[in-house]
Design a protein around this ligand. Structure first.
Ligand code: LMR
Length: 403
């Protein structure tokens, strides 16, 4: 009898199981609105031209080698990523109260931050929005957090933010709680607080001494503007909070499988930086020793070269605008068909995702009857919509809701 026979089968990861099911599906009109990954108008993945250009330059650079990076990663990358997030005029940066740590995309950054908060600072409880990106729970639990709690976020009836519910739930937080906030383009709802609402959220975070972990996976993707999308993070910095912000470069650089991420750490006193870095170093050393270089070099190269940087901003605009166009297209098509309900939220939501309002049964119906792959929660990735399939998807929604 194998020692492994005690192992039970784990639950599938919905978003990746959906991708596999989509790939295996032979139906001609199938549509993948599951995973949050950009697709072109033709429905194909996009390697950003600026990324290809940077890769060519890196390949031709004989000074580069494959030696280990430092445990906290490529300094040029983390400094550029931190500056892009906080802004070059950031007070925290000028006062040496902010630094970056290269990590493994958004997830790896969250995990390192969570390990640090649990091990070094003794935080035990984390708060996530209902709904949230489902991996937040696994990451924080695996990092040693004892309790996962939720705060209300999405108001199903008004299809918008439940600010009062959110603030009430955060007010009930026990001591030593961490709150995970989506910096922009909330996943899965596509619904962000306004600036005024962010101020009220920050008030409660301050009052309850919550430690903010900002998850920033979509800078540039929400509005097409890097500064605008970093507003909440810069606001938290300007209020004097200490926090971690976990940045992913999967979406805005299209570097999904290169695992490029950065933890921006903002503290009150520059004197603590050396010790904090030394403990982060030990956490990384015990998990994966040091990060890979390829993706970080690409990002560092693009962010530090003014011409490439401009080109990249153009790429982000292309992606963000295509998504915005598809939002309009889907709403129009749904309204034209006379689909029951209001579809205004499709265009008011931002970022990669839309929370359609379809319930679990309806979402499964979309998958099983129309081969339109979407999460059970009703989340769709707007990037999977194209001019060629938007009418088909709208019709599928219409039929699902009317039959
Ligand atoms: C998503 O939400 O679809 C992406 O962020 C992929 C993932 O890892 O879940």
């Amino acid at each position: 009898m194998s020692v492994f026979s005690v192992v039970q089968e784990g639950a599938p990861i919905e978003v990746f199981a959906l991708t596999k099911a989509y790939q295996d599906d032979l139906y001609e009109k199938k549509v993948n609105l599951g995973v949050g990954a950009y697709r072109t108008e033709k429905g194909t993945p996009w390697v950003l031209p600026v990324v290809k250009q940077a890769e060519k330059m890196l390949a031709a650079d004989d000074t580069l080698n494959k030696e280990y990076l430092p445990v906290l990663g490529l300094e040029k990358f983390s400094a550029a990523a931190t500056k892009m997030l906080l802004g070059s005029d950031s007070q925290a940066l000028l006062e040496n109260r902010a630094f970056g740590v290269q990590s493994l995309s958004g997830t790896g950054s969250l995990r390192v931050a969570a390990e640090f908060l649990a091990r070094q600072l003794g935080y035990t409880t984390y708060f996530v929005s209902i709904p949230t990106w489902e991996n937040h729970n696994l990451v924080f639990k695996n990092a040693g957090f004892v309790e996962g709690r939720t705060y209300r976020y999405w108001n199903e009836t008004k299809r918008g933010l439940d600010l009062e519910g959110m603030l009430d739930d955060l007010r009930s937080a026990p001591d030593k709680s961490v709150v995970i906030l989506h910096a922009c383009a909330h996943n899965p709802t596509g619904c962000d607080p306004t600036q005024e609402q962010w101020k009220l959220i920050a008030d409660v975070v301050e009052e309850k001494k919550l430690f903010p972990v900002l998850d920033c996976a979509y800078q540039g993707f929400a509005s097409g503007d890097l500064d605008k999308d970093a507003w909440s993070v810069r606001y938290f910095a300007s209020r004097g909070f200490e926090f971690f912000c976990c940045q992913s470069f999967a979406k805005n650089f299209g570097l999904y499988n290169e695992r490029v991420g950065n933890i921006t750490c903002v503290v009150k006193n520059p004197n603590v930086v050396t010790n904090v870095k030394s403990q982060l170093t030990l956490i990384v050393r015990g998990m994966y020793s040091n990060p890979p270089s390829h993706g970080a070099r690409i990002v560092a190269h693009v962010l530090s070269d003014p011409q490439l940087f401009e080109e990249w901003k153009g790429c982000i605009k292309t992606m963000a605008m295509r998504v915005i166009e598809m939002r309009k297209g889907l709403r129009e098509a749904l309204e034209k068909l006379g689909t029951p309900g209001s579809w205004e939220h499709i265009t008011s939501q931002i970022g990669m995702f839309s929370y359609t309002g379809l319930n679990e049964q309806q979402s499964l119906h979309m998958v099983n009857n129309f081969h339109v792959y979407m999460l059970r929660s009703g989340r769709i990735s707007m990037c999977g919509l194209t001019p060629g399939n938007v009418d088909y998807v709208a019709k599928a929604i219409y039929e699902t809701l009317t039959n």
